[in-house]
Design a protein around this ligand. Structure first.
Ligand SMILES: [Ca+2]
Ligand SMILES: [Ca+2]
Ligand SMILES: [Ca+2]
Length: 278
C-alpha cells in the first residue's frame, strides 16, 4: 500500500494556495501612491500651497521635465529682494516666515523647528507645496526637481519632507550649479528624488519647499514636476512566489533547483530592477 502520491500532492496544493494568497496580499498592499495632479498640468489642483507657489511653462527657461506645466516656488517677496531689481516672485503671493504659529512649517504639516535642523543656521522665509495621498507598503514617492539661485552669500536651500522627515535637496553654497536658461543666476539642473519605501499602507504626506537662510535677500527657486508613485519592485513578488514555491517543493521532497527557479532568479531580478529604477 502506497499513499505517497496523495501525501505529496496535498502540500503542493497548499504551496500553490499560499502563492496565490501571497500575490493577492501583496497586490493589495503594494499599490503605488495615488498622487493627484503630480505633473501640474492642472495648475496646483490637489496641492496645498504656502507662500509664493505657481506654475511655469517652458517659457520660464528651464523645464518642465514632462508635459506643459511644472510647479515653481520661490523665496522672493518682490524686486526688493535682489540687487538686480528684478522681481523673481512667481505668483504675487509673499513667501511665509519660518517658525511660529501659522509659519511655513505649520502650513506644510511639519513640526515647528523641523527646517532649522537641516543647516547650521536659521531659515527665514520660504514657500512650499504639500499633498496627502494614499500609498501601499513597499512603494515609494518620486519627483523631478531643479533648484535655482541667485544667492552666493547664504545657503538658500530646497528640501523635501516625506511623512514629516525632512531632507535637504540642495543648498546654494554647496550645490554644483550650472548656467540657467531661466532668470536665475545658476541651477542644479533637473534631478530625481526617490523616497525610501513606505513601511505601511495608508495615508502619507509629501512636502517640498525653498527657503532663504540668514537673511531675506538674494532669491532662490525650486521647480517640481512629475510627482509620481513608484510601485514596490516586481522582485518582491518574485521573491515571495519563489519562497512559497520553495516551501512547496521542500515539502514534496524535491530539491529547490527542481522546482524553485523563480526563487533562484528573483534576487538578481530585484537588484536589476532597483538599479534601473534609480
Ligand atoms: Ca508637467
Ligand atoms: Ca526672500
Ligand atoms: Ca537668499
Amino acid at each position: 500500500m502506497n499513499h505517497t502520491p496523495n501525501t505529496l500532492r496535498a502540500p503542493g496544493l497548499i504551496g500553490l494556495g499560499l502563492i496565490t494568497l501571497g500575490l493577492i496580499t501583496l497586490g493589495t498592499t503594494a499599490s503605488a501612491a495615488s498622487i493627484a495632479n503630480g505633473g501640474f498640468e492642472a495648475g496646483l489642483n490637489g496641492w496645498t500651497a504656502a507662500g509664493d507657489a505657481g506654475v511655469a511653462t517652458a517659457a520660464f527657461g528651464s523645464g518642465p521635465s514632462a508635459g506643459t506645466n511644472q510647479a515653481l516656488l520661490t523665496n522672493a517677496l518682490d524686486d526688493s529682494d535682489d540687487l538686480s531689481g528684478t522681481n523673481y516672485n512667481a505668483s504675487g503671493k509673499a513667501p511665509v516666515e519660518v517658525g511660529g504659529a501659522s509659519g511655513l512649517e505649520e502650513q506644510l504639516g511639519l513640526a515647528i523647528g523641523a527646517l532649522d535642523a537641516l543647516l547650521a543656521a536659521a531659515p527665514t522665509e520660504g514657500s512650499g507645496l504639500v499633498q496627502t495621498f494614499t500609498a501601499g507598503a513597499g512603494s515609494r514617492i518620486a519627483f523631478d526637481w531643479n533648484f535655482l539661485t541667485n544667492d552666493t552669500s547664504a545657503a538658500d536651500f530646497a528640501f523635501v519632507a516625506v511623512d514629516g522627515i525632512v531632507r535637504l535637496l540642495a543648498d546654494s553654497l554647496s550645490a554644483t550649479l550650472i548656467a540657467s536658461g531661466s532668470p536665475f543666476g545658476g541651477e542644479t539642473g533637473f534631478m530625481t528624488f526617490v523616497s525610501d519605501p513606505f513601511t505601511s499602507s495608508g495615508l502619507h504626506r509629501l512636502a517640498v519647499g525653498v527657503l532663504d537662510l540668514n537673511d531675506y535677500v538674494n532669491s532662490s527657486a525650486l521647480l517640481i514636476d512629475e510627482v509620481r508613485g513608484v510601485p514596490a519592485p516586481a522582485g518582491i513578488w518574485l521573491i515571495a512566489a519563489g519562497l512559497f514555491g520553495y516551501l512547496g517543493a521542500g515539502r514534496s521532497g524535491r530539491r529547490p533547483s527542481e522546482g524553485g527557479t523563480a526563487g533562484a532568479a528573483s534576487p538578481a531580478t530585484a537588484r536589476r530592477s532597483r538599479r534601473s529604477r534609480l
